[in-house]
Design a protein around this ligand. Structure first.
Ligand code: F6R
Length: 262
């Protein structure tokens, strides 16, 4: 696990973009697959990718985008549905084709249809050859995707109940708490762990406890983001505020500095 701590959210976004682009450059012989989180944390990273496109450093026209999760029960086209959010925040910003964006279909409220959507989503990811690099945020309660505390460490895409904490945190995107859906379809922790690289972005002091528990606490379903410790290629990009609870900070900084020059 690589832990990169930067002084500002902007530098954090730039380093996260670097980690994403490096993973995409490794893909050869097929179209790359980029896993996409929603929420506030990755917005700076997506804007950095947009700047890389403008500079001519990268082209996303042949890249597939795969969402982490989607709310259940929002009508198609709802502005806070994650398909619409990703169209605005990623497709328009980096030039990824909307036809190449896969999002779980959470528009039904019928359990059997939602289970079918979840299975179809797993099959879609497999058809694409798996996710090359998955962008992640972390919930203040330690959730990863919408895998809330208590989620099975090997879980696959499925229906999950959102915790009260998550619904309160996400109420800022809706007219009020009552409008926040109660359920979602989310990639499972096992699905996320199948991605070839994980890039987590966290900024701000509200994430400090969750980050410390995820990176330095035990691997446990009580802190779903602790599965990051299980993955062989995780890059964690933090600002100072989000890194404030880390005990091994000096070691992370020393490691990030690389080998001494001779
Ligand atoms: C988003 C997602 C969530 C968020 C997390 C942090 O697709 O699955 O895990 O990454 O809730 O949200 P922000 O970044 O808004 O603090």
């Amino acid at each position: 696990m690589e832990v990169l701590v930067s002084s500002t959210p902007e530098q954090t976004a730039a380093r996260a973009a670097g980690a994403v682009l490096a993973a995409l450059r490794r893909v050869a012989g097929r179209d790359p697959v980029l896993g996409l989180a929603t929420g506030s944390s990755p917005l700076g990273l997506y804007r950095e990718l947009g700047r890389a496109v403008e500079r001519g450093d990268v082209d996303f026209s042949a890249t597939y985008g795969v969402a982490l999760d989607e709310y259940v029960g929002l009508p198609p086209g709802h502005p806070e549905g994650y398909r619409q959010v990703l169209l605005r925040e990623v497709c328009e910003v980096v030039g990824l084709s909307p036809d190449r964006l896969a999002v779980p279909d959470g528009s039904s409220t019928d359990e059997a249809s939602l289970e079918d959507s979840a299975a179809a989503y797993e099959a879609r990811i497999a058809d694409l050859g798996g996710v090359d690099v998955q962008v992640l945020g972390i919930g203040a309660n330690g959730h990863l995707g919408f895998n809330e505390p208590g989620s099975a460490l090997t879980s696959r895409t499925r229906i999950k109940r959102l915790s009260d904490r998550t619904r309160r945190d996400n109420a800022r995107f809706f007219s009020g708490l009552d409008d926040v859906p109660t359920h979602c379809l989310t990639q499972g922790l096992g699905t996320i762990l199948d991605a070839r690289r994980l890039v987590l972005v966290a900024t701000g002091d509200t994430k400090a406890d969750a980050v410390a528990a995820a990176l330095e606490g035990p691997l446990t379903a009580s802190v779903p983001a602790s599965v990051l410790q299980w993955h062989p290629d995780t890059v964690v990009c933090l600002d100072e505020a989000a890194a404030a609870g880390l005990r091994n900070r000096q070691y992370y900084d020393d490691s990030a500095a690389g080998l001494p020059e001779r």
